[in-house]
Design a protein around this ligand. Structure first.
Ligand SMILES: Nc1nc2c(ncn2[C@@H]2O[C@H](COP(=O)(O)OP(=O)(O)OP(=O)(O)O)[C@@H](O)[C@H]2O)c(=O)[nH]1
Ligand SMILES: Nc1nc2c(ncn2[C@@H]2O[C@H](COP(=O)(O)OP(=O)(O)OP(=O)(O)O)[C@@H](O)[C@H]2O)c(=O)[nH]1
Ligand SMILES: [Mg+2]
Ligand SMILES: [Mg+2]
Lengths: 283, 292
């Protein structure tokens, strides 16, 4: 039985719609649909139901390929390798306003401390109201020292100061909190670029909001182009995110997602599971 | 972004010698794409584009309009049905205290918007008080207190308190007793899966009886906007929406979804981090940006 072009087009349109409803960015949904089309080229199809099965199989494969990280970055492993070295392990966190950077830093700080590492926080968000008090309160709750200056101060100078302090006191890890910023603001991208240059981190982490739509791709791309990051942490996954942002960001930047934020408490940080996201997206 | 906007679709439509069924179909496909990139809810996009297509093809041409102009008019009509035609202010009754409660998902911009609204209303000669009823987020009280100092309005907060309902109640009672015109109550971020927090929001509402419950929505939100807004509206009657972070690249399509989900009107938009970066909502401007 011959499959008409119309059936194929409808099937691919439905596929794309389901990706969009899972909050995958449009350009990524289109690219994945193309990928699936490629996979199906030359495959023999019988009845319409066979096409549906083939499509789902090809889609599952394509998504799995995109989500499975090409490199493995593990913060605890990096901390272990760095132990005893003169220079501390420096990690910078960046991203758009309100995505969960400060909370994620607090979670990671506590995780490292529980494993026996000596940690300091650098309050390099010298702009937003209450940002320093927020990090200081996290510092109190986790028993982690916060290196800070005053509001309006040079954010790179705070990072530098924190690293100097770490070297003098034999601190293992320095976690640098930066202010949220729009990827469309060239000056602010340059500011965070300066923080990265000055602090020369081992790891730069982009913190994204799992609830973001098409902007997730724009954010990740622009930050990666302007500053460059090594890994992604997706926060607020517990808000019943459909998982699409994970696919969009990974597809657009090829950087691994190394953790997800699953809530507001210190324990709410989980490792990224491609399988879990795959099932959410295909659901 | 370039090549994806509806303005290109309009241009294509304009270049055609005649606007026949095929041209309308192609225009509607472009419209769908533009709305999806703008983060409008998928089901809403399909419904909207169906209506635009149907009206464009079946409606009798209004007098004086070309078919081309008619297609464009139908599109704008359909979109402004939800958004309203012009700016609508927050509910305000003079001669007594008006309580506005800010609610929304974590990080959407509630606290910052509270500061912006306080400044805006004070400029209009109103006596404004800010209440921090967020007892969860570290530094929440400090954040709102610093903003209140910047815009020079009174502040009420209990940094060590654990009961948000009690803090909200006490703050509102204090400012009411002192004859404040507007009392802005900032609450903790919450999402639809946090049933306990939705319950808390309901309890605060029950105690302080707000004149307006304002949903503060992040302009970058994707397909989740509809369901999240719906959950907020089921817990408490959302009266208005403020969409933040529209100074970035996001088109704010999620806002359209939340309007449909709640029946509330968008009244202001946030266009930056500074306290003067709050604008009254302009439906035609928003639609223009959505489709650009
Ligand atoms: N539900 C949930 N909330 C989160 C998660 N991560 C962070 N949050 C909340 O999101 C809000 C914003 O978090 P912050 O850590 O202040 O975000 P930020 O990126 O540092 O914000 P700016 O510095 O203002 O750009 C807070 O209310 C956090 O508790 C998460 O994984 N799940
Ligand atoms: N660029 C831009 N940033 C904004 C806007 N509104 C708020 N922000 C920023 O977004 C981040 C989060 O703002 P908050 O006011 O802390 O958000 P919130 O909703 O109170 O967060 P929670 O209380 O944790 O739920 C901050 O960095 C703000 O400066 C806006 O319109 N444009
Ligand atoms: Mg922060
Ligand atoms: Mg807040």
């Amino acid at each position: 039985k011959e499959l008409t072009d119309k059936n194929m087009d409808e099937a691919f349109w439905d596929l794309q719609l389901s990706l969009l409803q899972s909050d995958v960015a449009l350009e990524v949904a289109e690219a994945i649909t193309e990928k699936v089309k490629e996979k199906l080229k030359g495959k023999r199809v019988g009845r319409f139901t066979d096409l549906k099965t083939l499509l789902e199989e090809a889609l599952r494969e394509s998504i799995k390929e995109i989500l499975t990280p090409k490199s493995s970055i593990e913060i605890l492993a990096l901390a272990e390798e760095n132990k005893g070295k003169k220079e501390p392990l420096v990690i910078v966190f960046l991203g758009v306003n309100g995505t969960g950077k400060t909370t994620t830093i607090a979670k990671i700080g506590r995780m490292l401390k529980k494993k026996g590492y000596n940690v300091v926080f650098a309050a390099s968000d010298t702009f937003r109201a209450g940002s320093i008090e927020q990090l200081e309160e996290h510092g109190r709750r986790t028993g982690i020292r916060v290196i800070r200056h005053d509001y309006g101060g040079d954010s790179a100078a705070v990072a530098y100061d924190a690293i100097q302090h770490a070297m003098a006191k034999g601190v293992d890890v320095v976690l640098i909190d930066t202010a949220g910023r729009m990827q469309t603001d060239k000056n602010l991208l340059e500011e965070v670029n300066k923080i990265v240059r000055v602090s020369n981190p081992k790891l730069t982490i982009f913190v994204g909001d799992a609830l973001a739509g098409n902007d997730a791709v724009e954010q990740a791309k622009k930050f990666n182009e302007a500053v460059g990051f090594d890994a992604v942490i997706l926060a607020k996954v517990d808000a019943d995110s459909k998982g699409g942002a994970a696919l969009s960001i990974t597809f657009a930047t090829e950087k691994p997602i190394i953790a997800v934020g699953t809530g507001q408490k210190y324990d709410d940080l989980a490792s990224f599971s491609p399988e879990w996201f795959l099932s959410k997206i295909l659901d | 972004s370039l090549g994806q906007g509806i303005s290109n679709a309009f241009r294509k439509l304009l270049r055609r010698p005649t606007v026949d069924e095929k041209a309308v179909e192609e225009f509607v496909k472009d419209l769908q794409r533009a709305l999806l990139i703008a983060d409008v809810n998928v089901d809403l996009v399909l419904a909207l584009s169906e209506r635009v297509k149907k009206r464009a093809l079946e409606e009798k041409l209004p007098l004086g309009l070309t078919r081309r102009e008619h297609v464009i008019k139908v599109l704008f009509d359909e979109l402004t049905v939800f958004l309203g035609e012009s700016y609508q202010p927050l509910r305000y009754i003079s001669g007594r205290s008006n309580v506005y409660m800010l609610v929304g998902i974590q990080g959407s911009g509630k606290t910052t918007t509270g500061g912006k609204l306080a400044r805006y209303l004070k400029k209009r000669g109103l006596k404004v008080g800010l209440v921090c009823a967020d007892t969860y987020r570290p530094g929440a009280s400090d954040q709102l207190k610093q903003l209140s100092e910047r815009v020079e309005v009174s502040f009420y907060g209990e940094p060590d308190a654990k009961d948000a309902v009690k803090v909200a109640e006490r703050g509102v009672k204090k400012f009411k007793g002192e004859g404040y015109d507007v009392i802005l109550v900032d609450t903790a971020g919450r999402h639809k899966e946090e049933k306990g927090l939705l319950k808390e929001m309901k309890e605060i509402t029950g105690k302080i009886k707000p004149d307006e419950i304002i949903l503060v929505l992040d302009g970058t939100i994707g397909q989740q906007a509809f369901n999240q807004a719906k959950a907020f509206n089921e817990a408490t009657d959302i009266g208005s929406i403020i969409v933040t972070k529209l100074d970035g690249a996001a088109k704010g399509g999620g806002a359209l979804s939340s309007v449909v989900a709640t029946g509330a009107k968008i009244k202001y938009i946030g266009t930056g981090e500074k306290l003067d970066e709050l604008e009254t909502f302009d439906p035609p401007g928003f639609v223009g940006r959505l489709l650009d």
